[in-house]
Structures are given as C-alpha cells and as structure tokens.
Design a protein around this ligand. Sequence first.
Ligand SMILES: C[S@@+](CC[C@H](N)C(=O)[O-])C[C@H]1O[C@@H](n2cnc3c(N)ncnc32)[C@H](O)[C@@H]1O
Length: 304
Amino acid sequence: MHALRLRQLPAKFHYLTPQQARRWLAVHTAYAPSGGRAIATTAAYRRLFQILARRLAERPVQIISLGCGSGQKDALLALSLYEAGCPVRYLAVDAGQALVLIAADAVTNAAPQCKARRLVADLDELGGWRDFVEQGSERDEVQVFCAFGVLPNTNPDRLIQWLTGLLAPNDHLLISANLYDPEDPGNELQAILPQYDNPETRHWLTTFFADLDWPVTAGQFVFHLHENASPARISATLTLPETFVAAIGTRTFEVPRAACLDIFFSNRFLAADLSAMLERYGFALSQYAETASSAEAVWHAERI
Ligand SMILES: C[S@@+](CC[C@H](N)C(=O)[O-])C[C@H]1O[C@@H](n2cnc3c(N)ncnc32)[C@H](O)[C@@H]1O
C-alpha cells in the first residue's frame, strides 16, 4: 500500500509469487545473453570463482546468496568450490519463495554434497540475522556473500552500506553490476532498450496487478533513458487505464485512473565508480572480471 501511495514499486514486488517468478524466468531466458555471449559471460564468472576457490581450497565455505533468483551463478560458484575440495553450505535468500526453492535445487544439482538452507525474506527489512547466517557452521567456515544482479534494481549506496554492516571482517563479497560505456551512454542505453521494452517484460511487470485480481491489459508503458543520471539507468512507468482498487486482507487502497507508476528501473555503472564505492564503504578489492562484451562485471571484495 505504501509503495502504491508513493506510486513507486520496489523491485521485490515483481518476484514474489510463483507466476511472477515464472514470467521473470521467461524474460531472463529470452533476453539474457545467449550463444557465444552467454559462454563469454559465464567464463568471466567462472574465472573469478575458480581463483577464489583455489584460495579457499579445502576450507568449509558457506555461500549466502542475497537475491538468489534462479541461483545459476551460485551453482557455478558451488561447483568451483566443490572442485577445489571445499565442503559447501548454501543459504538462498530471496523475497520470492519459488525462486528460493529453484535456486537451492540448482545449487544442490551442481554440487550434490552441498547442504542448502532456504530463507524467504525482504532484504530491505532484514536486520540482526548474523546468528542465523552462522547457525550450524563449523568453526573455520568461510562466509562468501553473493549479490548478483541486485545492484541494477536498488539504491547502490544503500545496498553497499547495508552489506558493510552485515559482513564481518574476513568475510568475502561477490557482487555484480551492469556496465555502460562513458563515451556514449545515450546510444548504449538505446541499444539495450529492446532487452526491457518488449512484450515479455511488460507481461512480467503487470503480473503484480494480475496477482491482486486486477489484470492490466491496456496500461500504457513508457520506457525512459537516464544517461546523465548517477548511476545511468533505464526506467519504466505505467499509466493505469482504469482505477485500481488493491484489496489486501481487510484493507483497500485506490489508485485512480491515469495515475502514473514508477514500475521498474535498471542501473548501469562505470566500473571505476563502483570500485571506489566498495572501497569507500570498507571493502578491499581482491579480483575483478569483466565479460567479453564489457556489459557486465563481477567484483570479489573482502571486508576489512
Ligand atoms: C535480477 S534478479 C537476480 C537474480 C540472481 N541473483 C542472478 O544474478 O541471476 C534480482 C533478485 O533479487 C531479488 N530481490 C529484489 N529485491 C529484494 C528484496 N528487497 N529482498 C529480497 N530479495 C529481493 C528478486 O526477487 C530477484 O530474485
């Protein structure tokens, strides 16, 4: 209700139900890199994971995946650690129950000896859960926190500050971001716009309303480019074709016809800016890998 009052839907509201998870996975499958680009993207992650795994060889490790989604990258990490002889535990954390289940399956399929725990939680509300993270751990277990694909849909300063409080000294952080070319940000955002402005994404983004028994069929989506913002981003607004009455439990809230909602955004970063931000919030940078297309990067940082 609060989000509707502000006319701003945080990203988590697009992943909560099984229907949303299914449609998001369809978007992901249709628009994530495929063919040679997918191999190159995976290779960048794998390179970084293998270097980390060699360093941690044979020590028990827990992967804590924040916003785990379908857990594909987590599975790759678990496999690298497994191949390096590390006993692995996995904690899948996401707002969406279906995604937490899918991710835990993906990881235990990749590394069958891995023990998985599942936590359905809102990262925005999650405080004081270090005890839960460490519950059942062996004394020398290494904690590797992953935040893959989370920076695009959140306030980066807020997320990294929160991570600073969550991670203890010697914990590891693996974090990914989408990049843009500073020489020509406008053109670059324009070039990737079709990854967002397409029928599958619109279908997924309107599931929020459908799940509240209000199918949006004729809402007007507009996608916007913010090449001069910091970070640069693509966003989408939805103008409601009719008055929407959200009934949640005994409460109702009305959003009038023609109201314009901020329904989605995706941030793009300059690698140097994000490196500086991580250092500013108390992380030491250990590794950096960029995909061959330079569209995506992953950092290995450690809490000092
Ligand atoms: C773009 S997906 C990335 C998924 C996966 N980590 C990957 O790299 O493919 C973002 C994920 O973050 C989760 N998420 C977003 N906001 C969240 C919040 N406030 N609390 C918990 N999970 C959240 C979503 O449910 C979604 O699974």
